[in-house]
Design a protein around this ligand. Sequence first.
Ligand SMILES: C[S@@+](CC[C@H](N)C(=O)[O-])C[C@H]1O[C@@H](n2cnc3c(N)ncnc32)[C@H](O)[C@@H]1O
Length: 409
Amino acid sequence: MTSKRKEKPTPVKKVPTKATKKTSANNKAVTLREDPTPYRFNTTAVIPKEQGTNPDALRFIDLFCGIGGFRIAFEKIGGKCVFSSDYDKFSQQTYEANFGELPHGDIHTVTVADIPAHDVLCGGFPCQPFSIAGVSKKNSLGRLHGFDDAKQGNLFFSIAAIIDFHRPAAFVLENVKNLKGHDKGKTFEVIYRTLTEELGYTVYTKIIDAKSVVPQHRERIFLVGFREWRDFEFPKFPEEGPKLGSILEPKPEPKYTLTDHLWTYLQNYAAKHKAAGNGFGFGLVTGLDTTRTLSARYHKDGSEILIAQKGKNPRRLTPRECARLMGYPETYKLVVSDTQAYRQFGNSVVVPVVEKLAKAVKTALKRPAGEAADLVLRDQNQPIKIVTDLPHKPVKYPQKLNKRKVSSK
Ligand SMILES: C[S@@+](CC[C@H](N)C(=O)[O-])C[C@H]1O[C@@H](n2cnc3c(N)ncnc32)[C@H](O)[C@@H]1O
């Protein structure tokens, strides 16, 4: 589809800068923003970069890259990473050890125009303000959360500003399942409307449980967007997945077995909460099971996933087992402390899930955009649908999408 917006993009409004510092693998100078002032969407700008998009060699950027779950997946389908960013120094260490590239730091310190042109934007943006655990934690401290949390909530708008400026052919965003329910659905609505109405992308959303590809129950929401309308289908996942036994080490070091003190504490804690009618206890599993979700807090007591052992106290997973539980390859280097490794894998994406998504995005980008997909569907005498399992009222789509009879489901 040819975009109607023809003007050259006006550059992103530059904010006053304080200093310039050297960071990143290629020591490229990036501008420090004094203050991440609210970004104004440059809705008249277009950069129809479709000419440069080659689905067989997608250029992608890895935002909030953590330890590179998105990167492994997109590289597996032939993609080339052209930019990465994460401000956590331990994640940067792991990333550098595995990909030979030190990610740029805080996304607020990067000028949007300095980010290279790309075909796909990937980002598992920080989920704490939106996760159930994060929300209740912040509430109990009397702090605001979600979009009211200026520090973290704004990160979505950093993504939106990059999409607006670079107009990638597609994006894949990941977040916790609770994103949809946060603040009575308002948070999700702001995100969804920004991506669709403000930025003009066609957005498909789905909650995917990784348990069909790894032995872990891990539900995450994925938002896949296309600059032009694309016939996209979420990949199909098998009903039955592998069991924990397939990833366990035969002889883990004794230090992973719980001490008597911790095991007694966890049992007492669970009993107390059970008596009070709460379901929060430890999760004891065997090789025949699927685990609960590995969290970034696993290093604290490991209580959500404890492996039963004959004649001994249960043990926690080793970092290598966590890597496997997240679908990382055996060749993936673990270079940080156990504490950091648990945190990094608990924050990550399940690689085979993203790999399947990446393949589906590539397939969609190979299909004709806009009108052509329209024709296929018209032949089938079906209206075009934006595939979304949104529970709340449909948003109004911009005129150009309405013309193509877009409806939400
Ligand atoms: C949910 S994790 C994403 C993990 C990643 N998808 C992976 O596969 O490992 C979110 C990441 O965002 C990073 N982050 C948070 N705020 C940031 C900021 N302002 N700039 C850059 N990175 C940030 C955190 O350090 C964390 O690694």
